[in-house]
Design a protein around this ligand. Structure first.
Ligand SMILES: NC(=O)C1=CN([C@@H]2O[C@H](COP(=O)(O)OP(=O)(O)OC[C@H]3O[C@@H](n4cnc5c(N)ncnc54)[C@H](O)[C@@H]3O)[C@@H](O)[C@H]2O)[C@H](O)CC1
Ligand SMILES: [K+]
Length: 639
């Protein structure tokens, strides 16, 4: 029977989840207090509430049932709900339907067409990439797979995959159709200059319809998610041409704000959970969207009274610190997640009882849950363009940095004077801890375990050694590369501390062969080479080191200022590193005013007296955090 055959695949998916959950259990217990803070803040954006008129307008733009009604032969769902395993004629028919619908709505279509090896021979796979505004450099991606499970013989080969994932695909087409007039009106007003918003104008909606999600035999790493694996790999190495809004070395993957994957949706009463902390805010936003809709009676339909304002119940399992999910199951999002993409996985778990069975043939997918999920997504997508990074409390006067750079040495001196009372060891410890916390915040240790900490000859190199020690304690695998060790006693003591932690060191040398080899075994680079005392031009051996680090195309996190950048002028000589993330210490330097990547502030040691004396308008840190994320350079420039 197909269901029992495929139960192997399902067990594999679930066992991944269970294994991950088991691994994370201790962590959850130990770090519950910290996590409760992070859940509230990580990558958060605020969702601007829509008025009641907005909601009713949204619901009346288009009948929410029309596109997902299986009894209507013209609905999107009916058109997709045929056996459509990858490589079959039906698969082509469904693809052509999706493409023609989106083309007629004026969406830009790209097909990712390739041949892959499967246990049943070579097969053609075609991912569909539909983008509303092809010129926008940032994408909010909604995705689902359009293939159905392959079975060689009758009657199993009649498997329809209604929830898996015909209904999610139909929801996406419904969303495109419903929002199209609104998206076009917005684009028009941006083009005409009547609405001026670089931030949202540069973000567009992208729909990904994956092919070949299903295994041909049993679900394994190589027999599953053919389309997603191909696209994630391709996009990880496709670089976008640099422009005002596209920074150096930005890949197609970097352009993804969030990838939202819909799967196994459409059956009654799904339980949907939050799996990833960096999209927890997005999950909460969806749940609050659902609540507003439910409480306003928007889910009630016809004679059915089960979803009236008083009776409806949520599909979203509320998130609490005790129930944060740390595992993930095998699905199309995994190759993206492994490459650092922010993911929201919206899947019914436990899987619907009709999963990989033929029952759906006899029992059309229950209409109401499909409509409800579809409407919730419509409403969410409409308000996405109004989102902003929460930045009101993150005031930082970049205009003041001209003064700051002159003051930065003075602040340092005062901190370590008799009046300041700090020692260099103390400041370096707090600076290094903030740097390690930044890396752990952005780069998950299960995806980016191997950190190459590149340390320079000055105090910044000391920050790097402190960070390496903390990273090791956090569970990462740091390696220290210090081509020209500084002579101060403090560096030697820090090196001993690292060695006692069994952190490997690459022996100092002017020959960069060992560096090149180490980069082959690295997931992320920490740049602790030069800080605020760097004076261009770059001297040997670093003149050779910086280009090698850039050419590695690995993600880079820079400490205080990207190495090779002039502290006042930035990367004017174009010899500096191109980091993805920056952790500024004490206060931002003028040279990084136009830095486009993620920017954090750390060095939580500037006392109130010095903040007042130097008129530093530093943003408040939250709870026990050592770092605070700053608004993007683009937003600051506008203010
Ligand atoms: N209060 C704070 O913000 C603290 C910050 N910390 C960190 O310390 C650095 C500044 O440290 P400093 O020792 O003054 O200098 P650097 O580490 O930036 O580098 C000096 C080092 O580099 C050599 N060098 C300079 N220019 C070149 C060049 N063109 N080519 C090759 N080598 C060069 C120079 O000879 C020195 O050896 C700050 O940014 C923070 O990261 C403290 O840890 C805590 C307090
Ligand atoms: K640096």
């Amino acid at each position: 029977m197909p269901s029992s055959l495929d139960f192997v695949g399902k067990t594999l998916k679930c066992s991944n989840l269970l294994a991950s959950l088991r691994c994370f259990l201790l962590l959850v217990i130990c770090s519950i207090t910290v996590l409760s803070v992070q859940c509230e803040t990580l990558d958060r954006r605020t969702l601007q509430p829509l008025s009641s008129e907005d909601i009713s307008r949204l619901l009346t733009i288009q009948d929410p049932v029309k596109n997902v009604d299986p009894s209507n032969p013209q609905s999107h769902l009916s058109k997709i709900l045929i056996p459509r395993a990858a490589g079959t004629e039906n698969n082509t028919l469904v693809r052509e339907y999706i493409v023609s619908k989106l083309k007629s709505l004026n969406w830009h279509i790209e097909l990712d067409d390739f041949v892959g090896e499967t246990p049943v021979g070579s097969r053609r796979f075609v991912n569909i990439i539909a983008t509303k505004d092809k010129d926008a450099s940032r994408h909010v991606v909604l995705s689902a797979h359009y293939d159905s499970k392959y079975y060689p013989n009758y009657p199993e080969n009649q498997f329809l995959g209604a929830t898996d994932s015909a209904a999610p695909c139909a929801m996406m087409l419904d969303l495109a159709e419903t929002l199209n007039p609104l998206l076009e009106a917005k684009k028009k007003s941006l083009d005409e200059g009547s609405e001026d918003d670089d931030e949202t104008g540069d973000t567009t909606l992208q729909l990904l319809f994956f092919d070949g999600e299903e295994a041909f035999v049993d679900w394994t790493d190589t027999d599953s998610i053919y389309g997603a694996r191909h696209l994630a790999e391709k996009w990880g190495t496709s670089y976008l041409p640099p422009s005002n809004s596209v920074r150096h070395h930005m890949t197609e993957l970097d352009s993804i704000e969030h990838l939202i994957l819909l799967d196994l949706l459409g059956a009654p009463n799904p339980i949907i959970r939050s799996y990833f902390i960096n999209t927890a805010w997005l999950f909460d936003s969806l749940a609050s969207v659902e609540k507003r809709l439910g409480d306003s009676g928007a889910f009630a339909y016809g004679d059915d009274t089960s979803m009236t304002a008083e009776k409806w119940t949520s599909y979203f399992r509320p998130r609490t610190t005790a129930t944060v999910n740390y595992g993930y199951m095998g699905d199309d999002h995994v190759p993206f997640l492994q490459r650092g993409v922010s993911v929201l996985h919206l899947i019914a778990e436990p899987f619907p009882h009709v999963w990989h069975t033929l029952k759906i043939r006899l029992l059309p997918p229950p209409l109401r849950p499909t409509v409800r999920t579809s409407v919730t997504h419509r409403r969410y997508a409409l308000s996405y363009g109004k989102d902003r990074p929460a930045g009101d409390h993150q005031r930082l006067c970049i205009g003041n940095t001209r003064k700051l750079i002159a003051w930065i040495y003075q602040i340092d001196e005062e901190l370590m004077s008799a009046a300041g009372g700090f020692s260099l060891d103390q400041l370096m410890e707090l600076a290094g801890l903030a740097c390690a916390q930044t890396l752990a915040t952005v780069y998950r240790k299960d995806v980016y375990p191997r950190v190459l900490v590149c340390c320079g000859p000055g105090n910044q190199g000391g920050d790097g050694l402190v960070a390496a020690r903390h990273l090791s304690m956090f569970g990462y695998q740091p390696t220290v590369y210090m081509p020209k060790p500084g002579g101060k006693d403090i560096y030697k003591r820090l090196q001993v501390q690292c060695e006692n932690e069994r952190i490997p060191f690459i022996p100092p040398s002017n020959d960069v062969t060992a560096l090149r080899e180490a980069l082959q075994r690295t997931d992320v680079i920490m740049d602790a080479l030069f800080g605020f005392s760097f004076k261009p031009p770059v001297r040997a051996p670093f003149d050779e080191v910086l280009p090698i680090l850039n050419e590695s195309r690995l993600p880079i996190l820079s400490l205080d200022i990207p190495s090779g950048w002039d502290v006042e002028e930035g990367d004017t000589l174009k010899v500096g590193l191109n980091p993805d993330v920056l952790i500024t210490l004490t206060a931002p330097k003028k040279g990084v005013a136009n830095f486009l990547g993620r920017h954090f502030l750390g060095g939580r040691f500037v006392p109130k007296t010095l903040q007042e004396k130097f008129d530093l308008q530093l943003p408040p840190y939250t709870g026990s955090d050592q770092i605070v994320e700053l608004p993007s350079a683009k937003l600051q420039a506008k203010r």
